[in-house]
Design a binder for this molecule. Structure first.
Ligand code: BG6
Length: 520
């Protein structure tokens, strides 16, 4: 066998396409979770592995090793994972019985070369015992200050070296830096050790079915694309509303805030999927190239723009589901005088032929009235109002709503004649509901991403340029807010839809956010 890097790449690409198309189990590999004592492992990764096993997509030759500082035994690790699954009502006993004996644990300090020497021995042992073939997936789910040291030690240990047809890949969790400079530094550190093709920067929004459906909706159907432009679309709204507060993440969250936490990654990913041109193929880079073009076309903010086009808020005490909840500044590990925003709304302009003069309004926040993520494509009004003598509110423009969560579906609003002898218009919707049509399958959103990494398909992962461009767009906002401190930070009561200024952002342009209370 010729094992030159290019032949490895070509054969990997071919087997990737075949596995993905056929939905068959990924090839042999071992998975290492750095930071395994964190929440993500028990809440998302282990349940995702179990769901992959349910769908017969998990490698037949497979083993997992969790690594953290705390010294616990394999048995304790398994028990902890099992308890968490049981508590979340996620335990599927027969699948868990199969997965459990493949879970292992080791403790270690990620600054220490000795940890990686021990890890290497353990992985070599797996290769013999579980036939994992020297293919390793490293999942970095540690505190971000450990990303750099862990990658460096991993490189020194030789564990990232791909040879003789073996692959080595690293999934890296967010936060991917905290601004443009730190993202660049991190990319640099990664590339000192890894090829770009080995780096999988995860954005869990891309694991959501409804987010993946955006590409299918747009490019597998002939009727929407001709309308998908400035000629027919008035504006786009993206809402990612959360009802939860910062919970036990106050220490991290206070150094991040809503903008860093959600916008350059999750919300921009949604913007890219809505805004991109049709790619020439489904090749990972063909798709990501088109997304990068969207980011490059976003009009940069000047420092002066920020106060006009961006709103920030922080939740005050209020009521959620009829119960009083504390203000952000009263949350554990949050400074009492914090001016970190828990809500951000912004207006983006995409300067290209498709989107010129079609604003994209984005908003996200914690402790909002309810959990709801949606994208609204607001079409222009009919050019000539033939039915102008009917109630004006009934003559609303068409609206396409892509509901991402918790409701999942697509709905199209249009005007219809209300039956009766007088002409009266009413707004009606045509709805597609995922759960109704396809049923509910337990899913964490990480299944597809883990599987894709195992088969070497980076389509749903962020390339270095995508993460840097995301940071570059929000950089002036971060700078301006840093200068302003508390000035311009609006309070909003927990349980509301955010500060009034977010409504004014649209009202200024003669528009308004879609009334979410109107949802089903
Ligand atoms: C994470 C953020 O990336 O996304 C969290 O750090 C946020 O603060 C979460 O709650 C939202 O994800 P989802 O899938 O619940 O919308």
């Amino acid at each position: 066998m010729n094992d030159s890097p290019s032949s490895v790449a070509v054969s990997q690409k071919k087997s990737t396409q075949e596995s993905a198309a056929l939905g068959r189990p990924a090839g042999p590999c071992a998975m290492v979770i750095f930071g395994a004592s964190g929440d993500l492992t028990q809440r998302k990764l282990i349940p995702a592995l179990m769901n992959l096993s349910r769908d017969n997509l998990l490698p037949r030759d497979f083993a997992v090793i969790g690594l953290s500082r705390r010294p616990i035994s394999d048995q304790e690790f398994r028990r902890k994972m099992g308890d968490a699954l049981r508590e979340a009502d996620d335990l599927q006993p027969d699948l868990w019985e199969k997965l459990q004996p493949r879970l292992f644990y080791m403790s270690g300090d990620l600054h220490e070369p000795a940890t990686f020497a021990a890890l290497r021995d353990r992985l070599h042992h797996f290769d013999r015992e579980f036939k994992t073939a020297g293919n390793y997936l490293f999942y970095l789910s540690t505190a971000p200050d450990l990303f750099g040291p862990a990658i460096e030690r991993l490189g020194e240990s030789g564990l990232t070296k791909e040879e003789n047809g073996r692959w080595r890949r690293v999934i890296i969790e967010k936060p991917f830096g905290r601004d443009l400079e730190s993202a660049r530094t991190l990319n640099h550190q990664l590339r000192e050790v890894l090829q770009e093709s080995q780096i999988y920067r995860i954005d869990h929004y891309l694991g959501k079915e409804t987010v993946q459906n955006i590409l299918v909706f747009r490019f597998a159907n002939g009727i929407f694309e001709p309308l998908w432009n400035r000629r027919y679309i008035d504006h786009v709204q993206i809402t990612v509303a959360e009802q939860v507060g910062v919970e036990d993440r106050g220490a991290y969250y206070d150094t991040a805030g809503a903008l860093r936490d959600m916008v350059p990654n999750h919300l921009f990913q949604l913007v890219a999927l809505i805004g991109m041109e049709p790619p020439p193929s489904l090749d990972a880079d063909a798709i990501r190239d088109e997304q990068v073009k969207v980011f490059r076309s976003i009009r940069p903010y000047s420092l002066d723009d920020v106060s006009q086009l961006v709103v920030r808020g922080q939740y005050d005490k209020g009521m959620i589901n009829g119960k009083p909840v504390p203000a952000y500044r009263e949350e554990p590990k949050v400074p009492r005088d914090s001016h970190t925003e828990t809500f951000a709304a912004l207006k983006l302009e995409i300067n290209n032929w498709r989107w010129a003069d079609v604003p994209f309004y984005l908003r996200t926040g914690k402790r909002l009235a309810r959990r709801h993520t949606e994208i609204v494509i607001q079409f222009r009004r009919a050019p000539h109002l033939l039915f102008r003598n009917t109630a004006i509110t009934a003559c609303q423009a068409n609206q396409l709503v892509l509901s991402i969560q918790p409701e999942e579906g697509v709905s199209l609003r249009f005007g219809a004649k209300i039956p009766g002898p007088v002409v009266q218009l009413g707004g009606v919707t045509m709805d597609f509901d995922y759960a109704q049509r396809f049923g509910n399958r337990p899913s964490t959103g990480y299944e597809r991403l883990l599987y894709d990494c195992m088969i070497g398909d980076p389509t749903l992962f962020r390339r270095a340029d995508m993460s840097e461009l995301g940071w570059a767009i929000v950089e002036p906002i971060l700078k301006s807010w840093e200068k302003q401190g508390n000035d311009g930070l609006m309070k909003y009561p927990a349980g509301s839809w955010g500060p009034e200024a977010a409504n004014e952002l649209l009202a200024h342009d003669g528009r308004h956010w879609r009334e979410l209370e109107e949802c089903k």
